[in-house]
Design a protein around this ligand. Sequence first.
Ligand code: ADE
Length: 251
Amino acid sequence: MTLAILSALPEEQYGLSHALAERQEVHRAGRRFVQGRLQGLNVVLALSGIGKVAAATTTTTLIEHFGVEKLVFTGVAGGLGPNVQVGDVVVAQHFVQHDMDVRPLFPRWQVPGYPQPTFHCHTTLTERLHQAALRCTQAAAQWNEPLLQGHAPAVHKGLIASGDQFIVSASLSQAIHSDFQAAGLHALAVEMEGAAIAQVCADYGVDFAAVRTISDRADDAAHVDFPAFVSAVASRYALHIVAQFLSSERV
Ligand code: ADE
């Protein structure tokens, strides 16, 4: 069985790509896929691209062309929940599209044709990713990384909201958070791909789990915090979490 490991940005994939043995590059749908072995397991690495459509194309190609049956996403996100800080890790239990709105024909956020607004992640894969994230944050507490600002990183588990928008406004991120809150949904983080990947995986019955490290607070400083975090820390987190995750793989 082949496991796909997806990231949004090259910086997030850098460490994983370097650790890959028996590398073989394949080009498909205008994208580069790298097959190989990580810790003795068959994997294919891919970049999702930015945004929901790009991520859906990559995911479909992974399933249709490479026959992947499990998919794990590692990347960064903006913190939305009040206690979700830069350097923390959010493990997705489910995803929602914060920019999907077909009211009054369908309830807010619900993709027509699906039973509810949220797409669920695979329980066992998610639990393994959670354990891997916990071990990574324990290690990260010793890294002395200035961007973590002396903050001991926490691991959160719950809802992540995706949309085709980089959120760089405290008032907008608060509005997104409070609109969900009013509907009984507690969104922890915001990003641009996860819900689309979850939807494609649901369509194909492919197991999916995702982890996002918080690079910014989706506030007025997000455009400064995001690139600094991506270049300094994101690859390190991705490599650590995936290494821990793969060590619990039993295929
Ligand atoms: N990914 C990381 N930070 C983000 C933000 N502020 N908005 C959307 N996606 C993100």
